[in-house]
Write a protein that binds this ligand. Sequence first.
Ligand code: EPZ
Length: 427
Amino acid sequence: MDRIVIRGGRRLSGFVPISGAKNAALTLLPCALLTDEPLTLRNLPRLADVDSFGHLLNELGVSTMVEGSRPEDFGRVMTLRAAELTSLVAPYDIVRKMRASILVLGPLVARAGSATVSLPGGCAIGNRPIDLHLKALEALGAEIELAAGYVKATAPEGGLPGGHVIFPTVSVGATENALMAAVLARGTSIIDNAAREPEITDLARCLVAMGASIEGIGSERLVIEGRQRLHGATYQVMPDRIEAGSYACAAAITGGELVLGGAPVAEMAAVFAQLAEAGVTVSEDARGVRIAAPDRLRPLTVSTAPHPGFPTDMQAQFMAMLAIADGTSVLTETIFENRYMHVPELARMGADIQVRGRVVVVKGVDALVGAPVMATDLRASMSLILAGLAAGGQTEVARIYHLDRGYERLEEKLRAVGADIERISNG
Ligand code: EPZ
């Protein structure tokens, strides 16, 4: 299994191009199921999860064509076409590798009147049930059955009638599934307490480009006028705010200065506010945003929250950064119940971190020390890379397949700004 080796202690400096957003791509790809015409997605990141989603869509009968691009280019252009669906089943073998597969449920039942999707099962960061997805589809008029590890959704004769979805708690995925179903429902649908993540705004904009009628984009109330059919479109995936935030932490933790090319500044306000609080200088740059570290980071008190609050997908990276701050920080994870798997690994590198239920107390130390560590999930693995960049000596990060799910050509981007980092493959 591949691992990444970092010789730390170097100040990073230079330009990092930000790729298309993984979490936008994973909800834009299933939009292809909503029409029999071609959907072309530009700026699609080259990630393992995007490839897996492409395979899932192929299983359902969607053709996918990647336009030629130069190896040195980041991202790619893919044209998808669901001219005819040959299967309405998302099998366990694919779903177990990528939970986001559940995002075919809404579009399939809306387009074809029926969908059978394997239940995703547990995850390292939490139980992650899908009850809100199912309740939302029921509110839109689907009948839901659970059997043998699969969920089957069926629309009445003539298609989903539409309805009023009221989410008791905010869910990104359930909002995306409901929205993708409602655009093809017969009547008007309302989604209340919808998630407001920028990736959902990106989804809504793509659906509008395909002919959907959606009001309230970006707000917690979405009003959707169902259409009989949608048409094809060409859409550009938004840049990845979590990838950009991760590189901002790389500048901060190494005492460096980076320009993040094409970073979605407006969508990163909560992250930038916390960075500024820690003493980092965040300034606009013609090519994106400039991040400049202070001599020593200040401690923070941060709680994760749905957008526009502080994103849970940045919690681990901030923890690594605050491990060397001048003082004691307090982090509270409110979204996922088990998102501290990186703590014992950071402790192996000399961090002083106490977990008390959902709250973590991080006492800043003067320096981290390189060590062999193990990645457990996507963002946890990025926190170990960040710690390795700052640590004295050598860090070896194992199980990096987690990283490849969400960071496009990470070592290349980091090496280009001065990091001593390499991937070691042992067959
Ligand atoms: C999306 O996951 C992202 N994944 C996650 O990013 C991100 O952490 C999360 O939103 C929150 O921002 C993708 O977009 C592919 P949720 P999702 O439904 O949709 C509970 C990363 O690192 N819940 O908003 O699965 C759930 O257990 C990944 O890129 C239910 O109880 O998140 C969690 O505690 C990790 N029932 C909370 O709600 C449901 O039916 C929020 O989950 C659905 C969710």
